[in-house]
Design a protein around this ligand. Structure first.
Ligand code: CA
Length: 432
């Protein structure tokens, strides 16, 4: 169902991603303004050009700082404004696109501001200054840990703090960008000697990313866990491409490096926490044997978000023949041990300063069953249980030409469906 009347084509479709209750933000170039990236709000089959709308006076009534931020070529300035301004912008856009007095349905410039979403060239939504990737799924950490350390799958720290590493922001790309197979050092046996060449064990990781918003904390100050949610601007789907053979040789003692710095793909539309609020649920449940949480990570109103996710693969041959991609796993972002608020509180607990547009990855999202394992390493259990694609070929890890497609949405009876769109990437051969 759709609660609010909206006249835009496709906005009322029950299986659509972008009803008026969603209104995610993105940055794109329209075909008639190449080289001029600007903010858009996705709605149905269209997207509202915020810079153009501002130019035609359609943002009058919004504070000038908000209208100005919505004319920038990246969302950082808008992300910096904070919750009250994000909500004011959302309410204003809702008014433009629904049947009230502010509606632009009959405005002479309607077709100049409302463009076909499929015609847009999507860009990264923000200039991402810093990117940190966590490891917050107990199922994932336990599965991977049990492959490499059967006697101690979870390290002693794992249930006390959200483990993470500082990732690489420069190689974050938007949906649809080709993913070049990385080269690196790999070993045939555990202690070498290494050789250099294309990774043979390329993998995806199903994750969600959250953009930091609001004024950043000053260096040397913390963001308390109970205030962290105010800084969650919105979510995207994230694929943390990983070279497992490179990772295995390099990761001790300082963690992932080249195995993960070559590419991270995100979906282009940032779905706001206001759109996701009906799908937030208390969490996560702790086991009876789990250790008590230290106070700086405890918040009585903490929550997770029930975003249902699925990973599909289409080989080059399948795409050529028009064969539908094969779903290889599915899960929910609610299945996490550590919450986004805890990740942010822990990240800043040292006084590390966050800035608007910084991105936090959740870590691979895996659930309790085999079909909910969020990467090939787990899904095929290090390649010992290959998955079969619709063209009959088997996959242990990703091959050149494979396209990985991740989709996500929030769905509950009686509520409009809130979708994320897609996060796609096709593997291209390593540099010669
Ligand atoms: Ca990861």
């Amino acid at each position: 169902m759709t609660a609010t009347n909206c006249w835009v084509p496709g906005a009322a479709r029950a299986d659509g991603d972008f009803p008026i209750e969603n209104l995610p933000w993105g940055i794109a170039e329209r075909p008639d303004r190449p080289g001029e990236p600007r903010p858009f709000a996705a709605i149905g089959d269209c997207a509202l050009d915020m810079a153009e709308a501002a130019g035609f006076g359609m943002l009058e009534g919004l504070a000038p700082r908000i209208a100005s931020a919505l004319r920038q070529p990246a969302l950082n300035a808008f992300m910096a404004l904070g919750q009250d301004d994000w909500r004011a912008a959302r309410a204003h856009v809702t008014g433009l696109l629904s049947g009230g007095p502010r509606s632009i349905e009959r405005h002479a410039r309607r077709d100049a501001v409302l463009v076909d979403r499929g015609s847009l060239r999507m860009r990264l939504p923000a200039e991402i200054g810093d990117y940190t990737d966590f490891y917050a799924s107990e199922h994932h950490a336990t599965n991977v840990g049990s492959m490499f350390r059967p006697n101690q799958p979870l390290m002693p720290n794992w249930k006390h703090l959200p483990v993470g590493y500082h990732g690489r922001a420069s190689s974050i790309v938007v949906d649809g960008t080709p993913v070049r197979r990385p080269c690196g050092q790999t070993v045939a046996s555990d202690d070498g000697p290494p050789s250099f060449g294309p990774s043979k064990l390329l993998d995806h990781e199903l994750e969600m990313g959250v953009f930091f918003g609001g004024q950043g904390n000053a260096l040397g100050t913390r963001i308390p866990v109970a205030r962290a949610a105010e800084h969650l601007f919105g979510l995207v789907i994230l694929n943390d491409w990983s070279a497992r053979d490179v990772q295995k040789w390099e990761y001790q003692p300082l963690g992932p490096f080249n195995a993960k710095n070559f590419c991270t793909t995100i979906s282009p539309w940032v779905v706001t926490m206001d759109a996701l609020r009906p799908f937030c649920m208390p969490g996560p449940a702790r086991g009876a044997d789990d250790p008590a949480m230290l106070d700086y990570l405890r918040w009585s109103d903490d929550f997770v978000v029930d975003v249902r996710l699925e990973v599909l693969i289409a080989s080059a041959g399948m795409r050529e023949r028009g064969v539908a991609p094969t779903r290889i796993s599915y899960g929910t972002f609610a299945d996490m041990y550590w919450t986004m608020s805890q990740m942010l509180a822990h990240h800043t607990s040292t006084g590390c300063n966050m800035r608007p547009g910084d991105l936090l990855g959740s870590g691979t999202i895996s659930g309790p069953v085999k079909e909910s394992r969020g990467c090939m390493l787990e899904r095929t259990w290090r390649g010992t249980e290959p998955v079969t694609l619709a063209d009959g070929t088997e996959r242990r890890f990703l091959q050149d030409g494979d396209e990985v497609i991740i989709r996500g949405s929030c769905e509950q009876p009686g509520l409009p469906r809130i979708g994320f769109g897609e996060c796609r990437g096709t593997v291209v051969p390593a540099q010669a």
